[in-house]
Design a protein around this ligand. Structure first.
Ligand code: AMP
Length: 234
């Protein structure tokens, strides 16, 4: 049995003072600095006061059909001895998780907004399962890799990378594998999961009404920084 520690939505959302809302008009919610990251994500740098774990992504709101399929996949994985936790929220990353100084939040999000203002909405799809591991080898993810929309996603990454460079922060992968992570577990289980991935893929491919495709409606980029979420409509 594998145990994990959740980073996620467990901490109650704090109302923002009016002045802060004026400074950050695009915030949609707020959490404590310690609970900044989506399930399974861990920061690769030591938490320091005033350093906010930050990343940029496209949110995905899955349909019931997807949740049922995921449940089925996790049951099969469990039967093979791999216990995975489903993501609490689904997203497609457009950046790495970087450490942003608190006083950089406003100029950082302003820079993102200025760059993203010219980017148009699009739809991308994903249907092939792939296993990912974080750089530290402490988390393994079951993801669905994008098959359509790669070029538009690269355009978004170019904008995000430009902002990252302005703030001397790391760019995204040179050759990214865009994906939506579905579930995660502790440790580097890439080898163990390799064997079972085809069985899970069969569940996706032999889905009731033809192969399942995850459709991602890319209408808004979001940036999570510490306890704040900023929204950038496309
Ligand atoms: P995410 O669901 O976006 O948090 O991604 C899960 C993990 O996949 C992250 O820890 C990434 O660092 C990792 N990953 C490994 N290889 C890649 C890749 N080629 N492109 C994107 N993410 C990757």
């Amino acid at each position: 049995m594998l145990f994990h520690k959740h980073y996620g939505k467990s901490v109650s959302r704090l109302p923002l003072p009016g002045c802060l809302l004026e400074m950050f008009p695009d915030e949609v919610d707020s959490q404590s600095e310690q609970s900044a990251l989506h399930g399974g994500r861990i920061r690769s740098f030591k938490h320091e006061r005033g350093n906010w774990a930050t990343y940029v992504y496209l949110p995905h709101l899955p349909e019931e059909e997807f949740r049922l399929l995921l449940k089925e996949m996790l049951l099969v994985a469990r039967g093979r001895g791999v216990v995975m936790t489903p993501q609490e929220e689904f997203h497609l990353s457009l950046s790495q998780t970087v450490a942003l100084r608190h006083h950089w939040i406003q100029p950082f999000t302003q820079s993102l907004r200025a760059g993203l203002v010219h980017c148009k909405r699009f739809i991308c799809s994903a249907g092939r399962l792939r296993i990912y591991c974080n750089a530290e080898g402490t988390r393994t993810f079951l993801g669905m890799e994008v098959s359509n929309g790669h070029a538009q996603l690269l355009d978004l990454v170019q904008v995000v990378d430009k902002t990252m460079a302005e703030f001397h922060l790391d760019p995204f992968y040179k050759d990214p594998s865009f994906h939506v992570s579905l579930a995660w577990c502790v440790g580097d289980l890439r080898e163990q999961m390799k064997e079972g991935i085809q069985e899970l893929q069969s569940l996706v491919d032999d889905h009731e009404e033809g192969p399942f495709q995850l459709m991602l409606d890319c209408v808004e980029v979001q940036c999570r920084t510490g306890n704040k979420t900023f929204r950038f409509p496309l």
